[in-house]
Design a protein around this ligand. Structure first.
Ligand SMILES: Nc1ncnc2c1ncn2[C@@H]1O[C@H](COP(=O)(O)OP(=O)(O)O)[C@@H](O)[C@H]1O
Ligand SMILES: [Mg+2]
Length: 356
């Protein structure tokens, strides 16, 4: 079986329907989930050399319960957006440390966006001069471009695909399985300037869609011996023959869990420098399909009420909406009416620390 990986990845980067993903999978040497059953004690058992195999997300065969936890389908999307904020912040932090390893970390996420992007907390904006405020709105528009949520409507089936792509630090192909495709583990426990800590949340998106596609590439200047290029995988819901215990699995290239990868040249052709993209195909938003395009904007602004960074939303449109959360939108209403104070609420940090 021969696959032109550059061509394959180009098609993969555009895939947005179930048929697209099925066609991509057909080009690959994939061992069916009925032929290879992952055994955490001995993952090499039944492994066929040179082929891809389905391995449970988090390398946990019993992952379905936790992955199905999301309640509202918008929640895992918001979790992924938050992961994107953190990846953008972490890129700045790791570059800062490279220049001077003694610089103390920001104390919290707000502190880090102030330090790296000059974005103040919302209640500080009214105190700014008009000129600084104008500059801030330009900075905001630029930064928002680093994190994009795209809703794509399949014209034939009326289904929706949603992707979340960031230009953050990314993960190297060696680490995708242990981070992006992990469950219940985090790389953020010792980082007060980041948000997530439970290693859970975004993965619930798998249960709301038919296929997910992930691609990630770590910032080349921060590789530190890790494999360059793009790590990628597909995630699907597996219903084993004759059994009731379904689970979620991703396509792996090695029994140790590592995902397939392609090298820097292919990454260059794809225009990927660094960052992560999750695509969730045929995402079920619940409710009426006719409302999805209209409600995504208010729904995201509601759940990400006061986000630390702005982002863009392409709601089935080539035009982006700038997303800053309802807290900011409310404050703008005041601004327009020239009332003072512009926004009367401050939001204290919600720090999650272990309780003794
Ligand atoms: N967009 C992303 N870019 C880089 N790494 C990511 C991204 N999203 C998730 N990760 C990695 O995957 C891990 C698991 O993510 P998640 O399940 O959201 O847990 P948490 O955010 O609580 O750590 C993170 O700790 C991080 O290492
Ligand atoms: Mg998270």
């Amino acid at each position: 079986m021969y696959v032109d990986i550059a061509k394959f990845m180009m098609a993969a980067s555009k895939a947005s329907t179930k048929t697209d993903i099925d066609n991509l999978l057909r080009q690959l040497p994939v061992v069916s989930e009925d032929e290879y059953l992952y055994d955490a004690e001995n993952p090499g058992h039944l492994w066929q050399e040179g082929k891809f195999h389905w391995i449970p997300v988090g390398r946990d065969r019993g992952n379905a319960g936790r992955i199905k936890l999301a309640h509202q389908p918008i929640n895992p999307i918001a979790e992924r957006v938050i992961n994107g904020f953190e990846a953008i912040i972490e890129l700045c932090r790791q570059r800062e440390l490279k220049i001077n390893s003694a610089i103390e970390s920001p104390r919290n996420p707000r502190d880090s966006v102030k330090r790296y992007f000059g974005i103040p907390a919302l209640d500080q904006i009214p105190k700014m001069e008009q000129k600084a405020r104008t500059e801030l709105s330009q900075i905001t528009r630029e930064i928002a471009k680093k994190l994009r949520v795209r809703l794509i409507r399949n014209k034939d089936t009326a289904d929706f695909t949603i992707s979340i792509e960031d230009e953050g630090i990314g993960q190297s192909p060696d680490k995708v399985h242990a981070t992006l495709l992990s469950l219940g583990s985090t790389s953020k426990g010792d980082k007060p300037y980041l948000i997530g800590v439970f290693g859970q949340g975004g993965s619930s998106a798998y249960s709301a869609c038919e296929y997910s596609w992930v691609m990630s590439s770590k910032a080349p200047d921060l590789l530190d011996g890790e494999t360059p290029g793009v790590g990628w995988s597909v995630i699907k819901h597996v219903f084993p023959k004759g059994r009731r215990d379904d689970y979620f699995a991703y396509l792996a290239a090695h029994p140790d869990g590592r995902v397939p990868n392609c090298d820097e040249n292919v990454a260059k052709k794809l225009g990927i420098n660094h960052g992560t993209r999750f695509v969730h195909v045929n995402y079920d938003f619940g409710g009426f399909k006719s409302q999805v395009v209209r409600t995504l904007y208010p729904a995201l602004n509601h759940v990400l009420f006061n986000p630390v960074l702005p982002y863009e939303l392409y709601a089935a449109s080539a035009e982006a909406d700038l997303m800053s959360g309802n807290s900011y939108r409310l404050s703008r209403l005041f601004l327009r009416r020239q009332q003072q104070p512009v926004f009367d609420k401050t939001y204290s940090h919600q720090v999650i620390t272990a309780q003794r």
